[in-house]
Design a protein around this ligand. Structure first.
Ligand code: NI
Ligand code: MN
Length: 226
């Protein structure tokens, strides 16, 4: 699957013949100032929770791309108030079959309020299944024993895990999360964007290598295939 990084926790993944965009936070991210959001294509936008660093460009990108937005009920209601019509509300524990594959919403241990202060519902992670295999997008979360359920339920080809610490789990807990979900290939997210979440790249990668796993830290604006 082709993955493109747009900074912080924002990626596109091409799977099942469609482009899925996760947690768009680009124009307000100084590290992503070289990204022109008008160049981004998406068929679906998936939003893990309501915090500004995950929804900041959601309305504009939904309008620019015409993508359908998949998020929890509260975030979908907030988007509808801003004129976004193509939406699909979900919640934790549920799954739905889209034309690219199956989306299952899973637990994330975090908080969620929207930029205007309104209630953002519960934070979620996504488990995506398509004909090319499955991947897990954890959203913002602590390490939680529930991740074992995900590993038992599906064979996960790769996973996006937060590694920046402070607001989410850090590297050491992400290593345990990788073990819980039984996944060798991890793509790091939610690091370096602000002073509280700066990480040492070499040290982080080495820790994963020592554990027999691989940590990808992608350059913003660059693509890779996993
Ligand atoms: Ni958050
Ligand atoms: Mn966040």
């Amino acid at each position: 699957m082709k993955i493109t990084y747009y900074g912080h926790s924002c990626f596109t993944v091409e799977t099942g013949g469609k482009i899925l965009l996760f947690d768009p936070y680009i124009t307000a991210n100084p590290l992503a100032s070289h990204i022109n959001i008008k160049s981004i294509k998406a068929d679906y936008i998936l939003i893990s929770h309501g915090h500004d660093d995950h929804v900041a460009d959601a309305v504009e990108l939904a309008n620019l791309t015409g993508a359908m937005v998949i998020a929890n009920h509260e975030i979908v209601s907030w988007l509808k108030k801003q004129g976004i019509k193509k939406t699909h509300p979900m919640n934790i524990g549920g799954h739905w079959f889209f034309d690219f594959g199956k989306v299952k919403c899973v637990q994330a241990v975090h908080s969620s309020s929207l930029p205007d202060g309104s209630y953002g519902g519960n934070p979620m992670g996504f488990l995506i299944e398509s004909d090319k295999g499955s991947f897990y997008y954890a959203g913002d979360t602590a390490l939680t024993y529930d991740m074992k359920l995900i590993g038992d339920y599906k064979n996960i080809r790769f996973a996006f895990l937060p590694i920046g610490n402070n607001y989410t789990m850090g590297i050491d807990n992400a290593l345990i999360a990788a073990e819980f979900i039984n996944c060798e290939t991890i793509v790091g997210m939610h690091y370096d964007t602000s002073e509280f979440i700066k990480i040492d790249h070499q040290e982080a990668k080495q820790k994963f290598t020592n554990a027999g796993r691989q940590l990808h830290l992608l350059s913003i604006g660059k693509s890779t295939t996993i």
